[in-house]
Structure formats: structure tokens, C-alpha cells
Design a protein around this ligand. Sequence first.
Ligand code: URP
Ligand code: ZN
Ligand code: ZN
Length: 456
Amino acid sequence: MRILIKNGTVVRSTGRKQADVLIQDGKIAKIAPDIEAEADRVIDAAGCFIFAGFIDTHTHFDLDLGVTVTADDFETGTKAAVVGGTTTVLDFATQDHGMTMHDALTLWHKKAEKSSCNYGFHMAVSEWNDARKVEVDDMFRAGISSFKMYMVYDAMKVTDGQIYDAQKFIGARGGVIGVHCENYDVLQARIAEEKAKGHMDPTAHPVTRPQAVEAEGVARLMRIAELSGYPAWVVHLSTADGLEEVRRARKRGVEVYAETCPQYITLDVSQYAEPDGAKYVMSPPLREARDRAAILDGMKKRDIDFVGTDHCSFTMAQKALGKDDFSKIPNGGAGVQNRAELVYTYAVKTGAITPEQMALLLSERAARLFGMFPKKGVLRVGSDADIVIFDPNDPHTISWKTNLHACDNSPYEGVEVAGRTRDVLLNGELVVENGKLIKPYCGQYVFRKPCEWYRK
Ligand code: URP
Ligand code: ZN
Ligand code: ZN
């Protein structure tokens, strides 16, 4: 099978040029101006950018919180992902209390069987002890080189000492741990304070988790990494203060990888006061203008490494579990379909970053850190033909009604974006054409190598 993409602008982190792309047997065979070759299919990409398929570093599909399960499973979530230009998701396989990592991995492979984009797993661990440690080498043998730990959530929270020990143990094997950084004790105290005042609606959520709650967690993680001597990955960074802690740590020689999400460059804390404010309840919460400006500045100055969505969707009926108590609203929102168009509109179109930086933030750096480079994350001869044809001039309005998420709300409802993913090639096959998923269920498991420490 040969596909030829003609007349587009090939965007790589190193530059942009008019070139054609020839795909053969699932791989990129040639990138050059004016390729004349026999092909089974020719795609005209005039006026469009051609990117390496986007990688979403942070999704929660089919996540069971105990009280409820996320609205999107892999079937619906990956359909939405690929239509939005994401050709690989890294989802959090979750080792709940009483489970082994092997159990979690088997379960996540089963959950992911009906995937429409490629997928890999980070292993989120709720326990760190000798029984879990002996499983780690098997995880690497199974293609998992990244893990996650939480400073918060009763079901998942680990101690600072466990993060320290896990950084050393996993770091020595070439793996990285993403950490959800917030100060658990302080935010519990603030939840109690707001409830004591009778402040029970969604506007209380950001009051309990202000910027300093995140910045303290980030600063602590930075010091833990300094002490362990191994790299750290800050997940879903949302604040100017948190970013400052990352920058300060780097000046001290700490190797830090920082992820942010589209909600932290687009949405505003005032939105909790809307009638459906519960749909914005996620952690970290939505922030203020100064935070959005700082995160965009971090993207521009390359202090932010990549953008994941933290897609964790719940319907309004599920959000109503907390209708009388904000602290019971399931945390998370839908976004896996909208990442590229949001980053393009809010970061590229505004001039904060270039299309080349978009390639870096949505694809290349994730592929490097998470052991997929150069198979994924780059337009290069021999790389997997996961390719996005992105039309920068296709304005439209985001709505849950047109998103493929299995969710009756969107934090981005009514947001106007300037462009959209037009076509997607996955493993060399055209799976999305003119914004429509024409070939579902073609996703493959991505076996990952140890991390590439590109910040060393
Ligand atoms: O609110 C969020 N982000 N829910 C998903 C779990 C997490 O914290 O990443
Ligand atoms: Zn988190
Ligand atoms: Zn998350």
C-alpha cells in the first residue's frame, strides 16, 4: 500500500518546508519536493500543515473511581482522539489497592482492545512496597517505562518517602515517574474551611486548591528529585508559581520534565460560577490570566516539555454526585479530541509559539521522553507513518454535540478555534478523512523503550 501526500507544508521541530510525503507499508518512505511516484492513493494537502502524529501523554479512559467510572472508555475515547489528530495516547493503567501492577496491566490491555488510535500505558501506582518493586522489571519488559504517583486522592496518595524511593528505583532502570503535585493536608483543611462556611457549590473548588497548593507540591517534588538524583516529571502543570519552581530547580541542576494541558492556556477560574460549573471541576483547577500567560511563556521558552489533555470525562449526571457538595464532584473533564485545535488557536495563532514548537510540544518531546523516538514523534524516513494533515484555516466552534466523546458536556463548549485536523494516517493507513473517522479500531499497542533524557 502506497500513499502520497502532495502539496502540504511539512512541519518538524527543526523547520518547515513545502514537500511531499510518500508512505509505504506503514512507514515513511520519502520526504521531498515534487515526488513523482506511483501510489494507490494521492492526498492533496495544499494549504495544510503536515505533522508527525500527535501524542497525548495524559488520558484516563475507563477509569473506575469507585463511586463512578469515566464516561469515555477506550472505544469512544480513542475515536475522539484520532479525529482530533492524536495518533498515540498514553493512558494511566492504574494499580489500585489490593491489585498488582501485573493485574493492572492485564486489565488495561483488555480495556484497550477496541482502540482507534495507538496506545501505551503509564503505570499509576497506589502502593510502593517490596511486593510492587519486584514487578517493576517486568513492566519494562512489557514496554512500560513511565509510572505515576499522586500526592493527593485518598485512593491513590503515596508518601514523599515513597516518591523518593521510587524515583531512585525506577530512575536507575531508565524510567520516569509523573507526579500529581498538590499539598494534600492543606487542601483537606481548606475543603473543611469552605464547608464550614456553607460554601458547597463548584466555586469552592478553586478556593481549596489555589496556586500555592500546586506550587508547594511542585517545589517538594523538585527537592525530592534533587535528593534522589533522578529526573522528575511534573504532570498537568497549571500555575505561574509552579512553573517558577520548575525553573528554579533546573537552575540547581535538577532534571525536570514539565507537562501542561490545554485547559490551563484557555479557560478561566471565573467559569466555576456558570450554571454548569461542575463540568470544570478538575484538579488542578482552572486558573487566572497571569497563570495562562506564564504557561504560554513556558511553552515559548521551551520550559514546558509537552501538552497532554488529562482527559477524564464525566457526564452531567455523574457530576451531579456532588450537587450539594463540591468535594464529591468527580474530578476531570473531556478534551482528548480538542488538544491540537486549541493549542493551534491559543498558542500558535496568537504568536506565542511557532508551528515547529507545536510539533515539539504535541509530539516529538513526548516520543523522546517516553521511549518511542524515532519510531514515533517525527516525520523522518523509516518512522511509523502516523501523520496528521492539519488545516490551519478551518474555523469552527467546539461543542460536546459534535465531539465524539461519550460525554454530554465539554469544558470547551462554545470555544471558537481557528483550524482543525483534516486527515489522519495511522500506521500508514488513512483512518480520518475530512474530519470523519473512516476506519476505526486500527490502534496498536506501543511497546516503549526506557526514557531518552533529552534535558541532561
Ligand atoms: O481532575 C483530574 N485531573 N482528574 C484526573 C486525575 C488526575 O488528577 O490526573
Ligand atoms: Zn493528576
Ligand atoms: Zn490525570
